[in-house]
Design a protein around this ligand. Structure first.
Ligand code: NAD
Ligand code: LMR
Length: 338
């Protein structure tokens, strides 16, 4: 058993950040130190959590550098949520700036092997913002994939919704994390009572919550549960527990990852008949001890029915546009102003 990891939550005082931090506190995962940062209230949230019996070291910070020092895993839930009538893309200009500033600190203060879990929206664009910004600040200049292997867009909530709405725990969601880019794949030979309704509800489940919360935010509790599910897998992998008694060696988890620099990415691009698409959500295998992407498993795309092929074709243009938007944003930023 390792000594445990330092896990940092950025945006820890928010609607997702607080319950996610509670779940991490209670988890009994190999966390040595839970570090919380927000532009407001992080020390208060940390003090509150630290009164729970038998928990890891918990600290709250008003300074991101201090929060991130020596971090093994970072979860980014900082940013603005949607209000009714908005798309996730409408959050881009505010949240991309927040992401860039935070990632600069991750690059400088976290461990160079730190796994970065991006929850903030729009995920389809902000993962590229995170990767490109990390690349600007890390010493690796050889494009070896050092950065692309360890940045994950967290799309687990789409999978949680699809499992719930289909009542089938083997359903897989691929693509991206916005409307039509979200593509549920039912296991071969299974059906749901109304396929079109099911697909629409998975694709627009986020809007359902935004509408129900009536201007007071988007999914927070289901997201903190989904985020916890994903981050737990990364923590277990990084702590070297994948081949142990708790996790199956072959366990796959969904995430939105880079295809160019990750094993299995090329095969996925070929299956999508889109050789240039740079990011896609798909089941991935995490590497034991590093928590990085080991490989992308695109076997879920084998022999899919025409109705699912059609969803992929519909998703690709929007997905490509949103990925490019993130890359362009970083390319035209003056680093010295971050
Ligand atoms: P929230 O407003 O409740 O919390 C966000 C927190 O971020 C706030 O506490 C705020 O103070 C903090 N923050 C803002 N700027 C910051 C900065 N520069 N540094 C550190 N902290 C900062 O919002 P929420 O409901 O927790 O949602 C957070 C983000 O997660 C939103 O962008 C939302 O769209 C996204 N989200 C993603 C998914 C997903 O499936 N990936 C699901 C739900 C929500
Ligand atoms: C979700 O899917 O619930 C999140 O991406 C939040 C949102 O804006 O819908």
């Amino acid at each position: 058993m390792s000594e445990g990891l330092k896990v940092t939550v950025l945006g820890a005082a928010g609607g997702i950040g607080q319950p996610l931090s509670l779940l991490l506190t209670l988890s009994k995962l190999p966390i040595r130190h839970l570090s919380l940062y927000d532009i407001r209230l992080a020390p208060g949230v940390a003090t509150d959590l630290s009164h729970i019996t038998n928990v890891p070291k918990i600290t709250g910070h008003v300074n991101p550098a201090e929060a991130l020092e020596g971090t093994d895993v970072v979860v980014i839930v900082a940013g603005v949520p949607r209000k009714p009538g908005m798309t996730r893309d409408d959050l881009f200009s505010i949240n991309a700036k927040i992401m860039q500033g935070l990632i600069k600190n991750v690059a400088i203060y976290a461990k160079p092997t730190c796994c970065v879990c991006v929850v903030s929206n729009p995920v389809n664009s902000l993962v590229a913002v995170a990767v490109e910004t990390l690349k600007q600040y890390t010493s690796s200049t050889d494009n070896s994939g050092w950065v692309e292997n360890r940045v994950f867009g967290v799309t687990t909530l789409d999978n949680v919704r699809a499992e719930t709405f289909s009542n089938n725990k083997d359903v897989i969601v691929i693509g991206g994390h916005a409307g039509k880019t979200i593509i549920p794949l039912l296991p071969n030979g299974t059906e749901v009572p109304n396929y079109e309704e099911f697909v629409h509800r998975v694709q627009f489940g986020g809007d359902e919550v935004v509408k129900a919360k009536d201007g007071k935010g988007s999914a927070t509790l289901s997201m903190s549960w989904a985020g916890f599910r994903f981050v737990s897998s990364v923590i277990k992998a990084k702590a070297g527990l994948l081949n142990g008694s708790t996790v199956s060696e072959n366990e796959l988890v969904p995430a939105f990852v880079n295809l160019k620099y990750n094993r299995g990415g090329k095969q996925l691009q070929n299956k999508l008949r889109s050789p240039k698409i740079e990011y896609f959500a798909c089941p991935i295998k995490l590497q034991n001890h590093t928590g990085f992407v080991d490989y992308i498993d695109s076997s879920c795309l084998r022999g899919i029915p025409a109705r699912e092929e059609k969803l992929i074709v519909q998703a690709l243009p929007q997905l490509k546009r949103e990925i490019q938007k993130g890359k362009d944003f970083v390319a035209k930023t003056d680093n010295s102003k971050l």
